[in-house]
Write a protein that binds this ligand. Structure first.
Ligand SMILES: CC(C)(COP(=O)(O)OP(=O)(O)OC[C@H]1O[C@@H](n2cnc3c(N)ncnc32)[C@H](O)[C@@H]1OP(=O)(O)O)[C@@H](O)C(=O)NCCC(=O)NCCS
Length: 197
């Protein structure tokens, strides 16, 4: 069943990365990039201090427990070569919407990611995000996975295209950006049957 996140096994290894659930031991490593203005410029939160990072990770730990009301996998991204936590990624899941008489028991997910600037530009986000699709489609059997990236977040839009997601919509002037301009938002999506594994 999709929402049973406890049956997933960790770590998930890719060519250069290990993904595993965030723990409170990751506070300093996550703070090191979530405190930087250039990292949060397109994120829904402002720069975070250590306590805010601790709170955020605690919430993610709670939401990863069996039976959580709003299930979410919050994962640390470790570089295998160094063992350093260089980023974090998330997969949030929720029941698919139904307007039929019977509710559906299908689930869908949303992915997100952030990396330390030290390691950006090496394709690591795409590697981690592709693994989220493996977890979401291959393990949790989600019906659909989406991601949102503001149009001027070039790197993130390229990551989503590179992992095979389909540009589904652009919502004009969706959010007021940190620079005071209105930002267009790109929605990317993939259905399980479109996923090439
Ligand atoms: C978005 C992010 C995760 C991308 O991570 P990354 O590992 O550096 O991404 P990649 O190295 O795979 O680069 C992605 C692509 O964008 C390109 N790119 C990166 N920065 C760019 C820039 N400023 N302008 C144009 N292209 C850029 C890369 O060349 C690459 O292109 P390619 O796929 O054609 O090779 C990273 O920039 C980040 O953490 N940003 C801050 C948090 C954030 O915005 N998260 C996403 C919210 S939607």
């Amino acid at each position: 069943m999709a929402r049973d996140l406890s049956r997933l096994r960790w770590p998930r290894l890719t060519q250069r990365l290990a993904l595993r659930p965030l723990s409170l031991d990751d506070v300093d490593a996550v703070h090191a990039f979530r405190c930087l203005p250039e990292v949060v410029v397109h994120l829904s939160h402002d720069v975070l201090d250590r306590d805010q990072v601790r709170h955020r990770i605690s919430q993610r730990i709670e939401r990863g427990r069996p039976g959580a009301a709003e299930p979410l996998l919050g994962l640390a991204v470790e570089e295998l070569r160094t063992g350093r936590v260089v980023g974090d990624v998330m997969l949030r899941i929720e029941p698919s919407h139904s307007i039929a008489r019977m509710p559906t028991d299908e689930w869908e997910g949303t992915i997100g990611y952030a990396l330390h600037p030290d390691v950006q530009g090496r394709g690591l986000a795409a590697e981690a995000a592709a693994e989220l699709l493996v977890i979401g489609f291959g393990e949790l059997r989600l019906r659909r996975i989406t991601a949102d990236a503001y149009a001027d977040n070039i790197a993130s839009n390229r990551v989503l295209r590179r992992i095979g997601m389909r540009h589904e919509a652009t919502t004009r002037a969706k959010s007021l950006g940190k620079d005071g301009t209105w930002l267009d938002d790109n929605t990317w999506a993939l259905l399980r049957e479109e996923w090439r594994g």
